[in-house]
Design a protein around this ligand. Structure first.
Ligand code: ATP
Ligand code: MG
Length: 292
């Protein structure tokens, strides 16, 4: 089982869109996939067609120790895709969840129960680093940072990179950056050009080859409660996310071929050294670090 957090401490960067459509694409490629909605707004659930009244239990109950993870798993339209909703309906619940998530190992411990049931777990994080994102990062093998071309997105990326260093020190030494994913990509604009130049200067080894184009189908599909590949499989958005899933799967199989070890610590270490000496950006210059 391979656990990937989709995280960046800024709203509207395409985290939920990436989590839902990457998870759906992995499932379409017959990888047994679990999507966990760790954002209290519940946008992943909405994107999969779940309304609040259909969700009776979820991640909140796992943090509250009233349910185990397997008791809060829901089926989706895709055979190989299961889903854990956030199920937060009040501000009080949200505050309580923040307190409960101070125990950084809740998600990690909960995942042990389903270890053999899934090939991939994708966690959709909120746009902050504290609390539940920290919990998700402590449980993850790697992180995908989706971002738009913008100055503030670069700032958020730097904060994430610095925070990952802290996470490695306190709780999860193995976590590494799976990749930086450019979302809502519009070629030939000045802002895209500047952002790409900055990314190539500081984080070039982390950039995914695939970019996700700005594509209205991705936004439209959420109104129908379906991942883009079930709404319009030929759309550029659906195809881009399928390309991302294919890139991830091919990384796994090429490394498994070398190591003869599909998954686990040995694989993670191999991947860390492949990316960089310590998994950090070449030239991090974060203005600010959030700590838990
Ligand atoms: P938050 O931090 O608030 O949870 P987020 O990072 O999860 O935000 P999304 O909800 O995935 O961001 O995306 C923000 C908005 O942009 C949504 O309305 C979504 O439908 C739209 N969107 C995301 N990716 C694309 C894309 N590639 N093309 C067009 N629209 C997109
Ligand atoms: Mg979101």
């Amino acid at each position: 089982m391979f656990v990937i957090s989709i995280a960046i401490p800024k709203g509207g960067e395409g985290k939920t869109t990436t989590a839902v459509n990457l998870a759906a694409s992995l499932a379409a490629a017959e990888k047994r996939t679990l999507l966990i909605d760790a954002d209290t707004l519940g946008a992943s659930g909405i994107s999969l067609g779940y309304t609040a009244d259909q969700v009776k239990s979820g991640l909140y109950d796992v943090f509250n120790y009233t349910h185990s993870l397997s008791q809060v798993i829901y089926k989706t339209e895709l055979t190989h895709l299961d889903f854990v909703p956030a199920n937060i309906s009040t501000v009080l619940m949200e505050e309580r969840l923040l307190r409960l998530s101070e125990n950084r190992t809740v998600i990690k411990m909960a995942l042990h129960e389903v270890e053999r049931l899934y090939d991939y777990v994708i966690i959709d994080c909120p746009p902050t680093l504290r609390g539940i994102t920290t919990n998700a990062l402590c449980a993850s093998n790697s992180v995908i940072a989706p971002m738009r071309a913008s100055h503030f997105s670069l700032d958020a990326l730097m904060r994430l990179m610095k925070y990952l260093k802290w996470i490695r020190g306190v709780s999860n030494p193995q976590i590494y950056v799976e990749g930086i994913l450019l979302t809502m990509f519009e070629p030939n604009t000045k802002i895209t050009e500047i952002t790409l130049r900055e990314l190539k200067n500081h984080y070039s080894k982390f950039l995914f080859k695939i970019v996700i184009p700005k594509n209205s189908t991705l936004a439209e599909a959420t109104f129908y409660g379906r991942p883009a590949l079930l709404y319009n499989i030929n759309s550029r958005g659906a195809r881009a996310y399928f390309g991302l899933a294919t890139e991830l799967i091919s990384r796994e199989s090429s490394i498994a071929g070398i190591e003869d070890a599909p998954g686990g610590r040995k694989l993670s270490q191999r991947r860390i050294s492949h990316l960089s000496a310590d998994g950090n950006p070449q030239n991090p210059d974060p203005e600010k670090t959030e700590t838990n």
